[in-house]
Design a protein around this ligand. Sequence first.
Ligand code: HEM
Length: 420
Amino acid sequence: MSRSHVRVFLSIALAALTLAAWTGVLMRFGMIYGMPAWAQNFGAVRHAHSHLMYFGWVTLALMALIWAELPALTGRPLPRGVTIQMSLTAVLALLSFPAFWSNGYGLTAIGSARLPLGSMAATLNGLTWFLFIALYVRATRGLRERPLPIQLWDWALALMGLASLGALGLVGMVMANVREPLLQQIFLHQFLDLFAVGWFNLALLGLFWANLPDSKQARPPAFSLALLLIPTFLLGVSPSLLPSALFWTAALANAGAALALGVHGLHLWRRRRELAALTGLALSGLASVLVIAFLLLWPGLWEHFAGGQMRVFYLHLFLLVWVSTALIGQVRRWVAPASIRFERWINGLWSAGALVMVGGLLGLGLAPHLGTPMLWWLHVAAWGSLTVASAGTLLWMESMSAFARTTTLSSATSLQSPYS
Ligand code: HEM
């Protein structure tokens, strides 16, 4: 895949981030002023937001960046079919937005048929991920040594495959008309949570290590981290349904995984000046997530805070402050900004917005204990989210103009080349 292809897919991922972020802003202000008439199904809009973020933003950007870094690590060209796989992943990820917007995972009437559009979109997206896994296996098969980034990506893909089985379980339950709440929740969180903590965490760490020239000598955990991450998805299941033995298995594994992630975080923090912009903020987000993993061992704390606003706070601390901020830093290494001043300005806007938004979400979660009005925190989260979405939009526009600049430049040089 050429450098310009990498840039095209990163621009599409930034477009998905922008659209999903503005959908989030719509919901945030909708919680204060009510949703508009054209977006009355809040649950479906929330699904459209979260799936576009997962499929179109994080997954597409991670895949493009892995393909971009891989040849330097393997010493081999990429296998044929990578551009086709990336195009399919991009198109299907974008289509998931209208598919979920209409009715989430429910049935949508199209003419005389009633179709589960959300489930269909998730299944088709899943098929392109399997294609990605197959091509990755072909690209890395039989390597004499597997450097740390490749080991981390191996496990990232194994956990992505395991998470996808949860989606198959959900589809199977709909088709077999099985209504077992615990099983439904287990499949749902195996899909969404393991996908995030497994694939996102490990793939991102792999990218960070690929950016460090002497990562071959580094020995932070890869296999044990992957193993410990697997049961943590159970913490997403509702406390009223999860048996206590399963909770403790998940909570202890979560604390172990936090220790292993902490080893990576510490190494990367020490070398953050060699890494992409925004790495400091991203690693601070990761550190906060790790502290929460230990707090959850406090008896009763998880049961008390697992549902409602605290879950939304935790999700966005992880997905926005750690995963998305780190990913933007990585994307920036491929999409050169127009000017350093403009880059710093957007970084500042993103950082301020993300911190205000998660601060507002934390305030919302603690409002009943703090005795502060919920409305106040809803405003903080909404205005923070507006700032994040504006920064995302500027990033996307910047990537488009960088792409136009390089296209103009390359056509100019190709015109000149016969005479040079
Ligand atoms: C501008 C940034 C963002 C805004 C304004 C935003 C807003 C929202 C809102 C309003 C909700 C619904 C909360 C509720 O029901 O109480 C939500 C849920 C969610 N968001 Fe975000 N979000 C943002 C960024 C992200 C990112 C970057 C990701 C993932 C990479 C993400 C993934 C999710 C997920 C997984 C859910 C839960 C969905 C569910 O339970 O069905 N969000 N977000």
